[in-house]
Design a protein around this ligand. Structure first.
Ligand SMILES: Cc1cc2nc3c(=O)[nH]c(=O)nc-3n(C[C@H](O)[C@H](O)[C@H](O)COP(=O)(O)OP(=O)(O)OC[C@H]3O[C@@H](n4cnc5c(N)ncnc54)[C@H](O)[C@@H]3O)c2cc1C
Ligand code: HEM
Length: 475
C-alpha cells in the first residue's frame, strides 16, 4: 500500500519534492497561485519558498535556500511530540505505516468479502430486491424513505453492504455505528425495524447469489448484521434518554455570500452539543424527509446558534432549497452531530487542513476553538477554490490569523480558470510544501480533491491513522 519507503526518513521526504514520489507531479502544479498567511497573520507575497508552482516556475526544492529553511523549521517544530495514542515519534522516524490489518471484530470478514466480490457491481439490482423484501416484511417502513427516491434509498443498502464488508476494525467501526444508530432516530427508526432490514438483506443476497451463496456466507452475514444492529440500536436507546431524535432549529440569518453559496445561522430549540469539525444531517420543510450532511461552520457559541455554509450542487434537492428558498423564520430539522473532533484538546499534534469550497466550514469552526483557548498548536490550511472570488472565507481566515499567530493559510487557485478540474493539483501542492508525517491531517471537500490529496500524503509516508476526512461528494 505504501509507496514511500520507511527508511527514507527526513532526507527522503525532502528529495521527494523534486525527484521522488512527488517529483513529476509538482511540475503539474505549475500555474497555481499560492499565497501564505504568515505567523503575524499578514499575507506574504509569494516568494521562491512559497511559490509552489506559481506560473511557469517549476519547484526546485533542493536548490532553494528558503525552502530548505522552511523544511528544517517544520521538523524542528515537531522534534518530539506525543501522538494521540501516547506514542512518541522521533525526528526522521517514519510513523508505523505498514501495520498489518487486524481483525478486531471477530466477524468472518473473509466470507463477507467473498460475497461482496460475488455481488460485484450489481448493487442496484440487489437494492431493488432488498427494498421489495423490506416493504413486504415491514410495510410501515415504506413511508420512511422519500417518495420515488431510488437513489436515496440505495444509500442505506450501499452503506450497509460496505460496512458489513469492511467490518474488521472494531475501534473504527464502533464509534461510527454508534453515531449512525443515534442519527437513525431522526428517520423514525425503532428497535423493531432492525430485524426486517436484516432479513431483507439476507434474502436479497441469497436470491442474487443463488448456488454461490453458502451456509458459511449466510452465517457470516447474520452474525455481522446482528452485531451492527445491536451496536446501532444500543446507542440509539442510550441517546433517547438524553437527546431528541432531531432538533428543530429556526433560521435566524440567511445571506448569499456568493451566487451559489449561502451562510445560514439557526437557533436550535434546545442545547445542541457538538465539537468543531463535526457535521449534522439537515432537512428543510421544502424538501421533507430528505436529509443531507452539512458541517458546522462555527465553534459552539454562547448564544447557541449554529452556522452552516451551503453551496448549491446543480439542481441538488436540498442544497438548492437551502440556498435559494430558505429565509429567516423557516424551521429546519437538525440531526445528531457526527464526525470528527478535529480540535480535540487531547491531541497536541500540529494540524494540516486540506480543503476546497465549503469544506472550509469545519476548519473555520476548528480554528475558532483553537483561537478561543489559545491552543498553541501550529495549523496549516490549504484552501482551494475555482477562482479567487470563490475563496469566500479568506477574510475570515485572515482575521483569525491576526489573533492566532500559528496559522498559515495557503490559498490555491488554478490559473487555468474555474473550469480546471485537475484532480491532482491540491495533493501535489500540499506534498511539495512540506513534510507532514507528524501532523494530524484533516481533509474536507470534493471527492476528487479528498482522494488525491490523501493518496499523495500516503505516498509521503503519512500514516493512515493520522488522517481523517469528510468527502462532500462528486463536484
Ligand atoms: C460529511 C459531509 C459534510 C458535508 N458538509 C457540507 C457543507 O458544509 N456544505 C455543503 O455545501 N455541502 C456539504 N456536504 C454535501 C451535502 O451533504 C450534499 O451532498 C450536497 O449539498 C448535495 O445535496 P443535494 O440534495 O442538493 O443534491 P442531490 O439532490 O443529492 O443531487 C442532485 C444532483 O446533483 C448530483 N450531485 C449530487 N451531489 C453532487 C456533487 N457533490 N457534485 C456534483 N453533482 C452532484 C446528483 O448526481 C444529482 O444528479 C457534506 C457532505 C458530507 C458527506
Ligand atoms: C443496521 C444496519 C443499518 C445500517 C448500517 C444503516 C446505514 C445507513 C446509512 C449509512 C444511511 C445513509 C445516511 C444518510 O444519508 O442519512 C442510511 C439511511 C437510512 N436508513 Fe439506515 N442503516 C441501518 C438500518 C436501518 C434500519 C433498521 C432502518 C429502518 C427501516 C433504516 C432506515 C434508513 C432510512 C429511512 C434512511 C434514509 C434514506 C434516505 O436518504 O432516504 N436503516 N442508513
Amino acid at each position: 500500500m505504501w509507496t514511500h519507503s520507511r527508511s527514507s526518513g527526513r532526507r527522503g521526504a525532502k528529495s521527494g519534492r523534486t525527484g521522488g514520489a512527488t517529483g513529476d507531479a509538482v511540475i503539474d502544479a505549475a500555474g497555481v497561485e499560492a499565497r501564505a498567511l504568515d505567523e503575524t497573520g499578514a499575507y506574504t507575497e509569494p516568494d521562491e519558498a512559497s511559490l509552489l508552482g506559481v506560473d511557469h516556475v517549476p519547484v526546485q526544492a533542493e536548490t532553494s535556500a528558503d525552502s530548505d529553511h522552511r523544511m528544517a523549521e517544520v521538523h524542528e517544530l515537531h522534534g518530539e511530540r506525543e501522538r494521540d495514542d501516547g506514542h512518541a515519534y522521533t525526528n526522521g522516524a517514519a510513523p508505523a505505516a505498514e501495520a498489518q490489518p487486524r481483525n478486531t471484530t471477530g466477524l468472518d470478514t473473509e466470507a463477507l468479502r467473498e460475497t461482496l466480490a460475488l455481488v460485484g457491481d450489481r448493487i442496484d439490482e440487489l437494492g431493488s430486491d432488498f427494498y421489495a423484501q423490506l416493504f413486504a416484511l415491514a410495510p410501515e417502513t415504506r413511508e420512511m424513505f422519500g417518495a420515488g427516491m431510488a437513489v436515496q434509498r440505495s444509500r442505506l443498502l450501499g452503506a450497509l453492504v460496505h460496512i458489513v464488508g469492511t467490518a474488521d476494525d472494531r475501534d473504527d467501526l464502533v464509534p461510527y455505528l454508534e453515531g449512525l444508530g443515534r442519527d437513525h432516530r431522526k428517520f423514525g427508526v425503532i428497535d423493531q425495524h432492525y430485524a426486517p432490514v436484516g432479513s431483507a438483506l439476507i434474502l436479497a443476497l441469497r436470491n442474487m447469489l443463488g448456488i454461490q451463496w453458502t451456509p458459511r456466507h449466510e452465517q457470516a452475514w447474520i452474525q455481522a448484521y446482528d452485531w451492527i444492529a445491536t451496536t446501532m440500536s444500543g446507542a440509539a436507546q442510550r441517546d433517547a434518554v438524553i437527546a431528541p431524535p432531531w432538533w428543530d432549529a429556526e433560521v435566524v440569518y440567511h445571506r448569499r455570500v456568493l451566487d451559489d453559496l449561502a451562510v445560514i445561522q439557526v437557533r436550535p430549540h434546545t442545547d445542541y452539543p457538538y465539537r468543531p469539525g463535526q457535521y449534522a444531517y439537515l432537512t428543510t420543510p421544502r424538501r421533507p424527509k430528505i436529509w443531507r450532511a452539512y458541517s458546522m461552520a462555527s465553534a459552539p457559541r454562547d448564544d447557541g446558534l449554529l452556522e452552516f455554509h451551503v453551496r448549491t450542487v446543480g439542481a441538488g434537492w436540498v442544497s438548492s432549497a437551502l440556498v435559494w428558498r430558505t429565509e429567516p423564520g423557516d424551521v429546519l430539522h437538525v440531526g445528531a452531530p457526527q464526525g470528527h473532533d478535529i480540535a480535540s484538546p487531547r491531541s497536541e499534534s500540529d494540524l494540516l487542513c486540506i480543503t476546497g469550497g465549503t469544506g472550509i466550514a469545519p476548519i473555520l469552526a476548528t480554528l475558532q476553538e483553537l483561537e478561543q483557548r489559545q491552543d498553541g498548536r501550529r495549523v496549516h490550511v490549504f484552501y482551494a477554490g475555482r477562482d479567487r472570488d470563490s475563496l469566500y472565507a479568506l477574510p475570515h481566515l485572515e482575521s483569525i490569523g491576526v489573533r492566532y499567530r500559528r496559522l498559515t493559510v495557503v490559498p490555491v487557485v488554478s490559473p487555468e480558470g474555474p473550469t480546471d478540474r485537475s484532480p491532482h493539483l491540491m495533493g501535489n501542492i500540499v506534498s511539495a510544501y512540506g513534510d507532514w508525517r507528524r501532523h494530524r491531517v484533516y481533509v474536507a471537500g470534493p471527492s476528487s480533491m479528498v482522494s488525491t490529496s490523501i493518496e499523495r500524503l500516503r505516498e509521503q509516508g503519512v500514516a493512515e491513522d493520522q488522517i481523517v476526512f469528510d468527502d462532500y461528494g462528486l463536484w
